[in-house]
Every structure is written in C-alpha cells, then in structure tokens.
Design a protein around this ligand. Structure first.
Ligand code: ADP
Length: 423
C-alpha cells in the first residue's frame, strides 16, 4: 500500500472524504497550511488530490497530521498502517511503536480475531451510511492507564485495499463529569435517606418484635401436650408475613441508596411512586401527614432510571411534608396524581397544603444550595431538575389557588420515550 497511488479513491470518496472534507474546511478558516509554511491552505483541492493525483498518499498523510482528532488508519487485518501525531500523543507512543501493530493494542474491543467484526467487514461498512460511531470504549495508553473513548470508524478503498480510518475521541472529561454527577446524586440520596433513618428503623423494628414474640409463643406451644398444630401453623404463617414485611423495608432502602451506573429501562411509574410512598409511610405517620395517590389506570411506560426517578419523587414528597410542618393536622395532606398528558407525556403532580412559595422563590428554589430550612442542603430540587432534564422531561412548581404549592414533573412516555436517548 505504501507507494501506490490511490486510483480507486473516486469509488471510495464517501464517507471518509466527506468527513475529512468537513474537518479540513473547518480548519481552512484558521488559514492553516499543511506544512506550516507559506503554501496554499489545505482544503478541498488537497482532498481531491488525495483521491486522484499521483502523490495521493503523501497528501493523505499530511491531511492526517492536520486533523484535530487522533486518527489511525487500519488495514484489512486490523494493523495500524498510518498514525497521526495526535494519536501518538493521546496514547503516549512513538510513531514506530504503533505502525504495523494491531489496533487492539490501543483499544482492546477493536481486536481482530479472524471472526471479522463489523468494522473489518468492508461490505457491512459500505452499507452503513457515514461514520460508524462506537461509544464508550475503553482505550489504553502506553503506560497502561485507561480512558473512555468514542471511536468513529469509516471504511473506504485506498490503494486498492479496504482500509478503515478510526477517529479516537477522548471522552475522559465527559465521563468524569457524568461520574461526578452520579456521585453527587447518590450523595444527596443517601443524605435524604438519613432524614428517614429513625422512622425506617422504627418500621423495621415492628416486624422484628412481632417475629420475636411469635417465636416465643411457639416455644411455649411446643411444650404443651398434645401440641396444637393448627395454632403453630398460624404462628409460623405470621412469622413468614412479618419477615416479608421486614425484607420489603430493606429492599426499598437498598434500592434508593444503591450506587451504580444508570440503568435505563421502560418503567411503570405507578410502581416507582408506590415504592416511594411505602418508603415514607412511617415518617408520614410520625409527622401526621396523609398521602393520597391518584393514578391513571392506563399510564404508558416511561423510559428512565428507576433509582433516579425515585430520588426525584422522594425529594418532592419530603419537601411537601416539610412545607406542611406548621399546618393544622387536618390540612397535612399531599395529593399525588399520575396521569397521561398531551404530546405523549406522563404528568406527575405533587400537591401540598403547606406555606407555598413566594414569587421570588419560584425560580430560586431550583438553584443549588438554596434552602430555607435550618438543616437543609438546598440540593434536592437542583439535582431533581437535572435528573428530569436528563430524562428529557420538565420539572416546575406553581402555587395553588387556595394554599400550598404543586410540583409538576412531565416525562416523555410510550413511543415518545422510545425515540429518545437520555441526555
Ligand atoms: P432542601 O430541602 O435541602 O432545602 P431543596 O432543593 O429540596 O433543598 O428545596 C429548596 C427549597 O425549596 C426549600 O428549602 C424550600 O424553601 C423550597 N421548597 C421546596 N419544596 C417546597 C414546597 N413543597 N413548598 C414550599 N417550598 C418548597
């Protein structure tokens, strides 16, 4: 491949030359020259020449060095035929250490093991229009450190061979940002659960106490002669029920405090909300709050992460309780409605009868660290809003006409959710 002219490139101009031309013409604006000297700026002509002139490979190599992206050209066996300086810098190798080596040295998932993966199959590549992006791959530097990368692959013919260009985009910053956002959300979730700790401990204590006294009763029955088997069976059934109650409390706690990657699936929001209401059940009793649930029977599924959506609902519900702390007992009611709305959305409304929001607060409350509570962090609503944004939904608040406030969450559902990826 090294010395031939890329005569076949007129067949191969798509999609590589398209992409290259776009990148190169973007750089044209900065009047870059291809050899750092005073020649004509690299532009359309050069790319055309790369396809058709006798010095195509030379121009091609020059073009690669000017690309702002780390770029590697692979031959049909997955060996690196050309590597630009940006790729050398990104991976910490010298040029000669890479040329002729398999690409899996840099990105293990791109290994070529004889079972041609899609990207080594020129036919498959030719059928896929434009670049074939591979998100979130693990790339390895020479010093063995790893980073997350997006690889855009583009197959074309060069010097009569099927080759593939791999553009490597370092996603470390985005990945780090995403991870920090997840950690932060987790931290506030754990802190919210801290508020519920004593009521949850109490709730857990109830079935445990019941189990203990049932076991003690069973021990007494066992000493009787004859043993009342029917009574024993009832006692054992009660123990099973109480055990189930305790493990449900633990399951709900674990579901909220668990730390993990986003898991985006189709969700029944009604069951997500019921779990949250069950979680605050004891807290509501202790604080004299009533929660009323009004759920549309034909609610379409929503695509999202269960834990994060639970976090939002939990936050709204506990805020509603806080807002009604000073309200007379009869007024301490939160009404939650879940219903289908226009444009394929599902609308959640959490309506309280608390102190409501002053006009200046309506906007401020979604800013980080805004709190009116002595022990508040002021992060719940800002994180809730970023979670809902990520789900391509909307979170907002309105004052009620009579008293209190209503917080609304609109989320894309059904087909609308299917088309969307999380942001
Ligand atoms: P925190 O609960 O730690 O204060 P949030 O971000 O959840 O943090 O809430 C920010 C502020 O928004 C609260 O301190 C409160 O002033 C206001 N707020 C939230 N929910 C309500 C509500 N239902 N009614 C009135 N004010 C509310």
């Amino acid at each position: 491949m090294a010395s031939d002219t890329p005569q076949s490139a007129s067949r191969s101009r798509r999609p590589f030359t398209e992409g290259l031309r776009r990148i190169v013409s973007a750089r044209q604006g900065s009047r870059q020259t291809y050899d750092g000297g005073t020649r004509e700026p690299l532009g359309r002509e050069l790319v055309e020449n790369a396809d058709e002139s006798g010095s195509g490979e030379h121009y091609f190599r020059e073009a690669l060095t000017l690309l702002p992206l780390a770029t590697v050209m692979l031959d049909g066996r997955g060996l690196m035929a050309m590597v630009n300086p940006q790729a050398e810098r990104l991976f910490g190798y010298e040029h000669d250490e890479l040329v002729g080596k398999p690409v899996e040295l840099l990105v293990h998932a791109l290994r070529f093991d004889g079972h041609a993966p899609r990207w080594t199959d020129p036919l498959a590549m030719q059928q896929s229009p434009g670049l074939l992006p591979l998100d979130d791959l693990c790339a390895r530097r020479k010093d063995d450190t790893e980073f997350r990368a997006e690889i855009d692959l583009s197959a074309f013919r060069f010097n009569g061979e099927n080759v593939t260009l791999a553009f490597v985009i370092d996603k470390t910053d985005q990945y780090e940002l995403h991870r920090q956002r997840q950690d932060f959300a987790h931290l506030t979730r754990v802190s919210t659960m801290g508020q519920l700790a004593s009521s949850l401990a109490h709730e857990l204590n109830q079935p445990l106490t019941a189990i203990l006294s049932n076991v003690q009763a069973a021990q007494r029955f066992m000493t009787a002669d004859p043993i009342d088997l029917a009574e024993l069976r009832d006692i054992l059934n009660d123990i099973v029920q109480d055990d189930y109650r305790a493990s449900e409390v633990i399951r709900r706690i674990r579901a909220v405090v668990k730390k993990g990657d986003l898991e985006v699936i189709f969700l029944d929001l009604a069951s997500v909300m019921r779990d949250v209401v069950a979680l605050v059940h004891s807290d509501a009793i202790v604080r004299g709050m009533r929660v009323m649930l009004d759920i549309d029977m034909a609610l379409p599924p929503v695509r999202g992460d269960r834990v994060q959506l639970q976090q939002v609902m939990l936050n709204l519900l506990l805020n509603a309780f806080d807002a009604m702390n000073e309200a007379p007992p009869v007024d301490r009611v939160v009404r939650i409605t879940l219903k289908s709305a226009e444009n394929g959305m599902v609308l959640i409304a959490v309506r309280d009868r608390g102190h409501g929001l002053t006009a200046d607060k309506l906007d401020k409350i979604f800013k980080p660290f805004f709190t009116s509570k002595p022990q508040g962090l002021g992060l719940g609503l800002s994180i809730s809003r970023s979670i809902i944004d990520m789900h391509r939904g909307r979170l907002w608040a309105e004052n009620n006409n009579d008293r209190g406030a209503t917080f609304y969450v609109a989320l894309p559902a059904g087909d609308a959710a299917q088309e969307d990826k999380l942001r």
